[in-house]
Design a protein around this ligand. Sequence first.
Ligand code: ADP
Length: 785
Amino acid sequence: MEAPKKKIAVMTSGGDSPGMNGVVRAVVRMAIHMGCDAFAIYEGYEGLVRGGECIKKMEWSDVRGWLSEGGTLIGTARCMAFYERPGRLTAAKNLVLNGIDALIICGGDGSLTGADKFRDEWPSLLAELVSTGQLTQNQVDPYKHLNLVGLVGSIDNDLSGTDATIGCYSALARICEMVDYIEATASSHSRAFVIEVMGRHCGWLALLAGVATGADFVFIPERPIDHDWKEDMCTVVKRHRNIGKRKTIVIVAEGARDKNGTKITPEEVKDLLADKSDGGLALDTRITTLGHVQRGGTAVAYDRMLATLQGVEAVKAVLEATPETETCFIAINENKIVRKPLMKAVAETKSVSKAVDEKDFDKAMSLRDTEFSDQYKSYLTTTNVMVDDRKLSQEKRMRVGFINVGAPAGGMNAAVRAAVAYCISRGHEPIAIHNGFAGFARHHDDKPVGSVRPFDWLETDSWASKGGSEIGTNRELPSESGMELIANLIAQYKFDALFIIGGFEAFHSLSELRKAREQYPSLCIPMTLLPATISNNVPGTEYSLGSDTCLNELVQYCDKIKQSASATRRRVFVIETQGGRSGYVATLSGLGVGASAVYIPEEGISLEMLNADVNHLKDVFRKDTGQSRAGRLILVNEKASKVYHAKLIADIIREEAHDRFESRESIPGHVQQGGVPSPMDRCRAVRLAIKCMEHLESFGKGNLSAAKDDPLSASVIGIQGSDVVFSPMKALEEQGTDWPNRRPKAAAWLHIREIVDILGGRPNVPKPEKSLTGLIAKDTKRGIV
Ligand code: ADP
């Protein structure tokens, strides 16, 4: 006899956050894929206590289209009963009576504290249920260990141990969008705005919004101003106004306090900025409280990715758990999804609030993740540019050349701005090389202005949220411009270091410069590359600036296209994405929109594969009873095949469908570069650019022979797993690069391809002969779309 299927339940709890629906979809589909029954507990802990209708079995098709819905479709509630033992007793009884083997809870720190308590009490709850005759020993025996896994869904990003919570980047996106709008009007009227954002105990939203928008001042709970905040803020704002800034933006977190623990209100800040008395700033000041818009809307691409990958990981965790396994939650550190002990995270989160209450702010900061303190440093650097106390002595000050290479990508300007700010604050001289190596070689001595110019801080300061490349970019390689000329120009302009921002061409350029060092000593200066390309195909990093902006554009585009089909129904869209010979954006946007299939260059396309997919689509539409009217999507990377391009694939599908369904191709093209860069790209740009400057600075000025011998003097900064690292260019060139295909040899994201297929319900289709993804699971337990 077959063993009964395991029952896995998923619940959303506490404040809603964008991405929670993605969690439910991923858990339900992954559970079904793994041969389990999936359940949803509606209305959070309230539903668990109530039982009955609130605990509902979920089928594969119940969660179709959920990725693009905001909030949580299975509801959430604040539940007073669960704070008390009797409530938790009833909840335990309901779990046992419904035969739930494992519970996956997505919520904020409150919900996970509740979960932790529930787990802790579980044996005694079962004992009480038996001793009071509510359940028999036989009934409770199979459930001796509560198999529970937490997922952090919260817009505040307030849980210790994870860099991001599901929903926080969507909330940040909404805040930055609002601040960007406000900036335009502030600048027009030369006004000041005080913007209050959410975050009672955690200043992450306020801090990152400040970094992403280049705000003048930020108030967060974890780090009150050491001195008199009023004086400090006025000094900074005055300084910025004195250099000619026409707008002032101050961001205040809900929980902001001064060093004595007294709350700082937006009204107080406003009064100070508007103070007309002698020496006062006398600015025309307005307050904007963003409120619940911060929670609203659909999830950004990153949150969809996080929700989906963490949901899948949670199902794996509950299935792998043994009675000895410590209860875990799923975290992300930089780019790595990891399981961590729930109890520790809950305890640490509590200690942050406690430290803030006790005014031990150093401790509060130290308990936040490294990204938080890095970002705090970034914010200080970019807002205190003109302060002299961080300047190096004259002989250590360098002339740093800035150059953008390749196509524009979101975050390039934010990176330049931050690095310029760093340079000025340290006394270095940042110099812009306009329009890449081509501009450098051909226009450096143009009159009246050549392509080599010092930065004007007032102008650069406004680049935090600008898309494109303000200093101009070009694809030309140094060898094409003339290596000797470039080497001479570097000597002529007396550059002590070179900061390159760009994609694969930038990588190739740096490789050429490094190789030419033997011949041209002027190239022995330290040089570093900050990868920026929507294709995310630069060796040495799992993330390039601009790729998040591109994914957001694609996800929004696909959502709209999908919806457009709802009037006609039964339509398949074949969407061509950019990405060069890297399938990253196709795969990740496929994950974010729930694509039926993704075609990527790493795998290729074969006739057999197309045939299998067409047959599968026929099957899907035959079984479709019409609950979901949205169209289905196939994403195809522009270089997935030399023959089967988007239009041809759409034509084949249409021909084979014999009028049972329709098929259209759609090519978003350069829209994918995005308009305004995403906050994630902007914030990471700032953080990584400052790290690059510190790295270049570490070689010291004029120490060329030492620099030449140090492999890291020509390097690429990157996010690898859970670390930010500099990789030596030589090693990357020689071992890490698939040169003919212009991408890294090992793509860290390739395993995600399988998850897109699993959750999209794609059956095991035959792989083309040269596929790199032969690792697609061999099991046949796929659900049906
Ligand atoms: P969030 O999860 O967003 O932080 P809350 O703090 O409101 O939101 O918590 C959500 C629910 O989790 C509460 O309504 C309550 O049912 C449960 N909960 C929170 N804290 C505890 C606790 N200390 N003990 C038991 N249950 C709790």
